[in-house]
Design a protein around this ligand. Sequence first.
Ligand SMILES: Cc1cc2nc3c(=O)[nH]c(=O)nc-3n(C[C@H](O)[C@H](O)[C@H](O)COP(=O)(O)OP(=O)(O)OC[C@H]3O[C@@H](n4cnc5c(N)ncnc54)[C@H](O)[C@@H]3O)c2cc1C
Length: 418
Amino acid sequence: MPMTSRDITVIGAGIVGIACARSLQRDGHRVQVLDPQPPGQGCSWGNAGVFATDSVIPLATPATLRAVPPMLFSREAPLTLRWSYVPWLLPWLARFVANARPRRVEAITRALTALCAAADDATARLVAGGRAGELIHRTGWLTIFETERGLAAGRAEAAERNRRGVNCEVLSADEVRSWLPEVTERIVGGLRSPDCAMCTNPGGFVERLADAFCAAGGDLEAVRARRLRPRSDEVRIETDDGVRATEHVVIATGIEAKGLAADVGDHFPLDTERGYHLMAPEAGIRPALPVMAGEHKFVTTPMALGLRLAGLTELGGTRLPPNPERFRSMLRHARRLFPTLAASEWSEWMGFRSTLPDSLPVIGRSPRQPNVSYAFGHQHLGLTLAGLTGQLIADEIAGRDPVVDMHPVRPGRWRMRG
Ligand SMILES: Cc1cc2nc3c(=O)[nH]c(=O)nc-3n(C[C@H](O)[C@H](O)[C@H](O)COP(=O)(O)OP(=O)(O)OC[C@H]3O[C@@H](n4cnc5c(N)ncnc54)[C@H](O)[C@@H]3O)c2cc1C
């Protein structure tokens, strides 16, 4: 049956929005993307560049909950809290804790495993026919540990991944050094995920995908969507430059999805995990592949434009300024891990991961409005899962069977009042 071509507006030109736009365009729809910023300038600009298809274990686990209390009082911890934000965070935290129950962890891990298993093929389809794929390199990536305790936890994670069919090897300290000659002698071991790939310029990756979208007739408009007014036959989008009417809307605005969804009558417990990065054009070292500091949870990635240290998690909402101590802490640890790290000029960046308390994204149609779809909440995996998200959104609109079970990511899984 030939598919009906529709006018579809994607709101948000991050990696997720552009991936949705490309998939819908390939299905023959007339697609427009709205974003006041150029493509790839939000969270998608500053990430660590890892297609982390091995990251199938959610953040909320009993082990995380046990580790959190001491972390909250440490300046060096990978997870920190802005105390003034706690009153706003409590409902999200309560749901996060509920999702750390073993039964939920198992269900979420299964869902993430299925999403990650389908992600590589979807990314390959996303980049086909354009220049974005030139920025992807199949290097694998490493996690390295400075303590026996960290390594023991890493071994357990590797076993768990292997049990689920994800390839993850445990390395001795010497094996780590054979991959990473620049690392400190103090390393006790590591993990290697050989099947993962990296992107050497995450912002440029989105720009190239957006170029391919425009070259194929797609339309990018530099306006902000202020309000949605869905009706049965169309959706009206009030922007800061007049009203647009469209047949279908995809909301892919990352951390800013909550307000637009509320216009539709859908309410999500969305909050942010703030993440930090430092970048130096010349750093004195250039690892051959991305390296996660196992205890400190930041990634050192050799990017096209220099060395990037990216990661950490700070729960603190979107309004508070960055915490300068987070940058200093990351740099202290990086200098310890790589004694020959020699950069003096670092640029600083902070971004907002959009995260639901169950570590799963929201992908699919609104339970209230069939002409509104959602694609947000990709937490640490937006680059990894963008191609698949675009495919799932396009499949649902076309009425095709999805390549993965959509049940765990469906928007209607949260029962919330406005
Ligand atoms: C430090 C750090 C490291 C990370 N490392 C990795 C990694 O290695 N691998 C990985 O897979 N993921 C990683 N991530 C996560 C990844 O970057 C995000 O999941 C991803 O960028 C989310 O993409 P997005 O398109 O949903 O959001 P964004 O990139 O934030 O895009 C949202 C867009 O919506 C636009 N917008 C917002 N409101 C409106 C509106 N009202 N109207 C129009 N437009 C609007 C914004 O301007 C923005 O351009 C990392 C994140 C951080 C912070």
